[in-house]
Design a protein around this ligand. Sequence first.
Ligand SMILES: NC(=O)c1ccc[n+]([C@@H]2O[C@H](COP(=O)([O-])OP(=O)(O)OC[C@H]3O[C@@H](n4cnc5c(N)ncnc54)[C@H](O)[C@@H]3O)[C@@H](O)[C@H]2O)c1
Length: 367
Amino acid sequence: MITEVAKASELHKIDPVFGQLSFDNHEQIVFCNDKDTGLKAIIGIHNTVLGPALGGTRMWKYTNEWEALNDVLRLSRGMTFKSAISGLNLGGGKAVIIGDSKVDKTPEMMIKFGEFINSLSGKYITAEDVGTTTPDMDLIRDVTPYVTGISQSRGGSGNPSPVTAFGVYMGMKAAAKYQFGSDNLDGKKILVQGTGNVGETLIDHLTKEGALVQITDINEARLKEISQKYGAQIFTGEDIYSAPVDIYAPCALGATINDATVNKIQAKIIAGAANNQLANEEIHGKILKDRGIAYAPDFLINAGGIINVYAEIVGYDSAEALRRTENIYNTTLEIFNFAETNGITTHQAALSIAQKRIDDRKKENAK
Ligand SMILES: NC(=O)c1ccc[n+]([C@@H]2O[C@H](COP(=O)([O-])OP(=O)(O)OC[C@H]3O[C@@H](n4cnc5c(N)ncnc54)[C@H](O)[C@@H]3O)[C@@H](O)[C@H]2O)c1
């Protein structure tokens, strides 16, 4: 299995169809085109061994089709491992719609997209992602049952972000237990990058526990609001990556651990909600390990949202979703110990445990 995903600019060098499918053994890629509504979407089904491929639909103004394809392949692969490591009977999938959600999205387009999803007979189940909303999922629900994240009035599980934040909090506490010998965050200096839906609830948990929280966001109005609401200090230093803190929590965008930042990080723990935090999983994961920084794998500790959404499929309640999310604490500790015992990075450890679960199920299914 390859762990580094090719850059969009390099992808055109790969064979256009099966070359793409095999880049990380995707099972199926579905291209959806509808002239009347202007829909251009790609559904990536990475793996369905554990169950139907569940993952949200992202609507984004991609520079070109290669970029859209690259994104859906990368994201759907990530969903496979997120669900597998979280013990869910779900495979990995994701969809992208090419376009500007603020300008191009129409109810007709969403309904048409729902019809494409329906034609896959449940192999792929969608949900919200960047650029799509609960009302969009409700429109899709009108034409297919294969959608989650619908509104609570229609039996949906509601906003997943608070559950995601709780899982990140649990993962962070487990990382502290491993790194500092105690999971008590009282007095720990924690820098939270991104004070959005997940960041806010995380900041709430952390300040309640007595952590010394510093916050940063490109949205200054939001930053001030959250600072006042939770008594968190606005980060005023020059460079957030070299900030003298105990824990760095990336809760904004991905790939913040990259060539330019990885050697500057002073925090002893990295634990946050953002997807794909390591720009290069192998290289940057290894540098963190060599520098003695405990990295809590993003796809493990930010799985609260999908655990919450899974409730819509198997029918458990929000209390059970929280109980399962709380278990991220135990899984994170298990990953740290497994990585240490085997001399590998925590990212590799989480991937290999997730892959083993898939391989074992494949063998069972073959019996
Ligand atoms: N919402 C969920 O349930 C969920 C689940 C899994 C993963 N995630 C990931 O967690 C992250 C946060 O999700 P969210 O739902 O809170 O998103 P959000 O859009 O509500 O919040 C993101 C925040 O980050 C800020 N931001 C953007 N660029 C920044 C930068 N360069 N520096 C500092 N702040 C910046 C934005 O202004 C915004 O306030 C995202 O990467 C998302 O993909 C979210």
